[in-house]
Structure formats: structure tokens, C-alpha cells
Design a protein around this ligand. Structure first.
Ligand code: SF4
Ligand code: SF4
Length: 376
């Protein structure tokens, strides 16, 4: 395992994200605890010492399961990160209550890393609003030793990040952003890395594989990559890209099964950054991949905001498939199992979902277009 220096710590360069743990019957709330526990055991045995959970992951069950799995190990053998759930504005007045509950759920007396979760357009005013006292409360917990390192994650624009940094940047020790070779340009991640560098804040990476999208590529792209590094698998390219960015300290991968974990750990046995030529080719390939697809990461933030109860990430996945193949049978076949009132045509265009989508996807337009294409 490659390790990175962070202050006086040695952090494994790969961290285990607990937002896509194995589940039972496809139900996101029902974590397969035995399988998740085996993954944690494998990770611990193979040098991963950083574990990232959050209040909202798996409908609140990720913190519980990770707490139980990690409680089997001495407290000084792992670093645990969780986050204040400010992606839901109703949580803003509840920082004390939530923080105390998180310690209880995770069965710990302190968090090694604690983040303001998902700083974005929707919540930046509230996060900066002193009446909620979130920053003051978290700083107090840091003083009391119940938070060792304070940081934030951001899905917002560059400008939103800048506002947050202008207010609290002097106290932020790390920042988690969505960074991968597609988002380098698409989500302006390059500029965000530079902004953080100006504040001397190291980068924690989320979505290195863009919700799994970069784990497998079409044949043409795969053969381009193979021609440059015959022994490197497609997902490893996403990690090699990140190993080429000096500001990156931590790469979090939300692994869903033991195979993914084994492959990712094997990749992080070595540090093999890309050379200039490889970097150029990879970024050109990323540009080509962006053509016409919606880059939904299946984070599920939008789902609870849809008054029609649509499974938005699944419908967008099918929409992408439908567009990419120019029709085909896969999307219509999958939709045949979906009730009438959960079809894309059931969307009423209210755009509630779009207000919370970190990827700024125009979901209502996609639903209307999808419905029209299916009808056609
Ligand atoms: S715009 Fe459509 S998909 Fe989005 S919340 Fe409204 S009904 Fe649901
Ligand atoms: S549409 Fe946006 S909010 Fe919804 S799952 Fe996809 S990325 Fe997440």
C-alpha cells in the first residue's frame, strides 16, 4: 500500500468509502453486513487505514455498520471520517444532536476526520449563517479532542467553494472533491485543485471512478489505453491519473464487493503516475466520452425530493443507455417492469430534484426527452 503524509499521520493513499456497501435485495438501506464486515477485514489486513462514512449513506445505516465492523479493531489502527449532513437544510439547527448521535452510532469517542458534507449552492448560505453555530460547534469539538481534523466536501461550483474558503479556509485541513479524468474539465476540478492549493489544503478525492462509469469503457477506448500500458486494467487508469496530481493525498473509493476492493488495493501497491503523453491521451479520451451523456453518479440525493417517487438515477442510467445505443432493446425491456406512474412520462417537471443534484443535471428535461423518445 502506498502511504501519504498528512501532518503527523501516514494515511493509506486509498481509503474505503462506505456509500456503496454490498446490499441485500437491491435495497440501499439493507446493507449485507457480513459481506461489508469481510471487506473491512480485508482492507485492514491489506493496509487501508482510512474509512469514510456519512450520516446519510445507506439511509443512515452506513455509520452503524462501519461502527460495528471497526469496533473489532484497536482505535489507533484506523482513521474514521464522517460528516455533518448539511445537504438537508432541516439538519442545520441540529449539529449538536447529530454529532452526539454519530459518535454513538460509530461506537467511537472521537472522529479522526470530520467534514461539512456537500458544500453546494443549496446550502452555502446556511452553512455560513452564524445563527446555526455549526462552525463554532465543530471547532469546539476539535478543541475538546472529539474531532481531530476538520474539513469539508464540496459538490458545488468553484465560486461556492471560494465563498466557503473565504469564510473558513484558515481552519480547514482537507477538502474532498469529485475528481477523476472526466471531471478534470467537466466539473472544473482542475481549477478547484488549484484553488485548494492556494489555501494549502490537501485534496481528498471522491468518485475517482465516477460512480463506476470509469471502471469499464467501450472497446475503442479500452484498446487505446491497452496500447499505452498493456498490463494496466481500465479502472487502474483512473487511479494512475490521480497519482499524477501532487495535491491529492487521499483517494476514496466506494467499493461494493470484495473483487473491486482486491483490484483497487492491488493498484495502490504501486505509485505509477502517468507521463505527459499518457495524460494527454487520457484527457482526449475523456473529452470524447462526454458526448451526449448525463454524468449521474447515482448518489441518490435527488430521490427523496421527487414528489412522484421516481427512481431518478435508474431512469437516467436507462436514458444514457438509450441515447448511447440510439434506441436498442435494453431500456424498453427494463422499463417494461416499471409501473406506469414511475415511468419517465410521470415526471411533472417540478425540478425539485435539480435543486439538490450535485452534478447539476437537468433531470426534468431528460425525463421529458426520454418519455418522448420512448413514445416515438
Ligand atoms: S422534475 Fe420530475 S423527476 Fe424531478 S422531482 Fe419533479 S417529478 Fe421528480
Ligand atoms: S440525478 Fe443527480 S442527484 Fe440524482 S442520483 Fe444522479 S447525480 Fe445524484
Amino acid at each position: 500500500m502506498v502511504y501519504k503524509d498528512f501532518q503527523d499521520l501516514k494515511l493509506s493513499a486509498l481509503g474505503m468509502g462506505a456509500m456503496r456497501l454490498p446490499v441485500i435485495d437491491g435495497d440501499d438501506a439493507k446493507i449485507d453486513e457480513a459481506a461489508a464486515g469481510e471487506m473491512v477485514a480485508y482492507a485492514m489486513e491489506h493496509g487501508i487505514n482510512y474509512y469514510d462514512t456519512a450520516w446519510g449513506y445507506h439511509n443512515g445505516n452506513s455509520e452503524l455498520v462501519m461502527g460495528r465492523a471497526l469496533s473489532k479493531y484497536p482505535r489507533d489502527k484506523f482513521y474514521l471520517a464522517t460528516k455533518f449532513p448539511g445537504y438537508d437544510l432541516s439538519n442545520m439547527p441540529k449539529v449538536k444532536e447529530i454529532f452526539e448521535k454519530q459518535l454513538e452510532k460509530c461506537q467511537v469517542e472521537y472522529f479522526d476526520f470530520y467534514l461539512f458534507h456537500n458544500v453546494c449552492e443549496m446550502n452555502i448560505d446556511a452553512y455560513l449563517d452564524e445563527k446555526y453555530g455549526i462552525f463554532d460547534y465543530l471547532m469546539e469539538q476539535k478543541k475538546n479532542g472529539r474531532i481531530k481534523h476538520l474539513g469539508f466536501s464540496a459538490h458545488g461550483s468553484y465560486d461556492v467553494m471560494k465563498r466557503f474558503l473565504d469564510a473558513y479556509g484558515d481552519h480547514m485541513e482537507f477538502c474532498q472533491i469529485q475528481l477523476n479524468y472526466v471531471d478534470w474539465s467537466f466539473q472544473n476540478a482542475k481549477a478547484k485543485v488549484e484553488l485548494l492549493k492556494e489555501h494549502n489544503i490537501p485534496v481528498w478525492v471522491m468518485e475517482p471512478l465516477r460512480g463506476g462509469k470509469l471502471a469499464s469503457l467501450p472497446e475503442k477506448e479500452t484498446s487505446i489505453l491497452k496500447s499505452m500500458r498493456p498490463d494496466e486494467e481500465v479502472p487502474a487508469w483512473a487511479f494512475r491519473f490521480l497519482q499524477s496530481i501532487p495535491e491529492v493525498t487521499m483517494v476514496l473509493s466506494g467499493m461494493s464487493n470484495a473483487e473491486q476492493m482486491k483490484a483497487n488495493i492491488a493498484t495502490f501497491e504501486t505509485d505509477k503516475p502517468l507521463n505527459d503523453e499518457e495524460m494527454k491521451s487520457l484527457l482526449a479520451l475523456a473529452d470524447g466520452m462526454l458526448n451526449g451523456t448525463l454524468l449521474c453518479t447515482a448518489c441518490h440525493y435527488c430521490v427523496s425530493h421527487c414528489p412522484k417517487g421516481l427512481d431518478i438515477p435508474r431512469l437516467l442510467e436507462l436514458y444514457n443507455e438509450h441515447k448511447f445505443t440510439g434506441g436498442g432493446f435494453i431500456a424498453p425491456m427494463a422499463l417494461a417492469a416499471v409501473p406506469e406512474d414511475k415511468q419517465p412520462s410521470a415526471c411533472i417537471g417540478c425540478r425539485s430534484c435539480e435543486k439538490v443534484c450535485p452534478q447539476q443535471i437537468k433531470i426534468s428535461e431528460a425525463m421529458a426527452d426520454f418519455a418522448a423518445k420512448l413514445k416515438g
